[in-house]
Design a protein around this ligand. Structure first.
Ligand SMILES: [Zn+2]
Ligand SMILES: [Zn+2]
Length: 309
């Protein structure tokens, strides 16, 4: 909700990264710090929760919150490519709760919802279980990117169409006087920055941006639908964005390489950083980059596994 409360009165505008890797999950010691799960972001406007994308990071999000998730979960898709949807059937225990409703919002298909596309993906022979047999209620909403989303409780989220194969949706949240923009997946255009995008992200306290490539790598990846951290910095500076977080990290980019990229980026914009999986950020406050910590072990649920397999 757009409110004027102080950011400290209700917890403020908080972003948590559950998956920051692009295209495909990766694992191994080379990815211990930045993480290997594909995109899933949690946004809290005070008590109000949104999820953006259902990449493989959605699994850890579900395991972390378990029954503390709200009864109505609003999942905003940037788009439906596999790295943004593959975690959906593993959003446990939420999807096994008959009293929970999962609302999906899809804005890159000319007003169509995600229902038909997800129905094709999560069905035999590609997947043994169809989504409609899961105990939770799923409601799929379609909109056109560019239209604001207004929710039954009055909360408003602004949207913009991004340049990506089949399109993608950028989101803008405002709460407690703070502004957060999530801009992924996107390929930058020439000229850059795009004027409509510049207006959309103007004066954001934090912009999350698709920095899959470096400027050196980009010429061989042109047309693949992704951008570079350098274009993110360019956009952020032109728009007066206060802090920048890079996501959709390339599966080949190890922790070592990303540290060096982050140092290069911070030489140009000190408040820019590369997002770490599980990192939590209070939008508008100084960003603390977490040190590498051992991950908590995850509980295995034999019943749930049996129902999915
Ligand atoms: Zn992607
Ligand atoms: Zn994509």
């Amino acid at each position: 909700m757009m409110t004027s409360e102080s950011p400290t009165s209700d917890g403020g505008l908080v972003l948590r990264f559950w998956g920051v890797r692009g295209s495909t999950p990766v694992s191994g010691s080379s990815y211990a710090e930045f993480g290997g799960s594909t995109p899933c972001l949690e946004v809290r406007c005070g008590d109000r929760m949104f999820l953006i994308d259902a990449g493989s990071g959605l699994y850890n999000c579900g395991q972390h919150h378990r029954d503390a998730l709200p009864k109505q979960v609003d999942l905003l898709f940037s788009h439906l490519h596999l790295d943004h949807t593959s975690g959906l059937p593993f959003f446990k225990p939420a999807i096994f709760d008959a009293e929970r409703t999962l609302n999906t919002y899809c804005g890159n298909l000319d007003g169509a919802s995600a229902e038909e596309a997800l129905g094709r993906l999560f069905a035999p022979p590609l997947f043994p279980v169809t989504l409609d047999v899961l105990p939770c209620t799923m409601r799929h909403h379609g909109f056109r990117a560019g239209e604001p989303l207004t929710f039954p409780d009055g909360t408003r989220v602004d949207t913009i169409l991004l340049n990506h194969p089949q399109g993608s949706v950028g989101y803008r949240f405002e709460h407690g006087g703070k502004r957060l923009c999530v801009i992924s997946d996107i390929e930058h255009t020439d000229p850059w920055p795009d004027p409509a995008l510049l207006d959309f992200v103007r004066d954001a306290d934090l912009m999350v941006y698709d920095g899959m490539f470096t400027d050196c790598e980009y010429p061989t990846c042109r047309g693949w639908g992704h951008s570079t951290w350098q274009k993110g910095v360019e956009l952020a500076k032109a728009a007066g964005v206060k802090a920048l977080a890079i996501i959709h990290l390339h599966p080949c980019h190890s922790d070592t390489l990303l540290h060096s990229v982050e140092a290069d980026m911070q030489a140009e914009m000190p408040s820019a950083f590369i997002a770490r999986e599980r990192q939590s950020v209070l939008v508008g406050a100084p960003v603390e980059v977490p040190t590498v910590a051992p991950r908590p072990s995850e509980a295995i649920e034999p019943l749930a596994l049996a129902r999915i397999a």
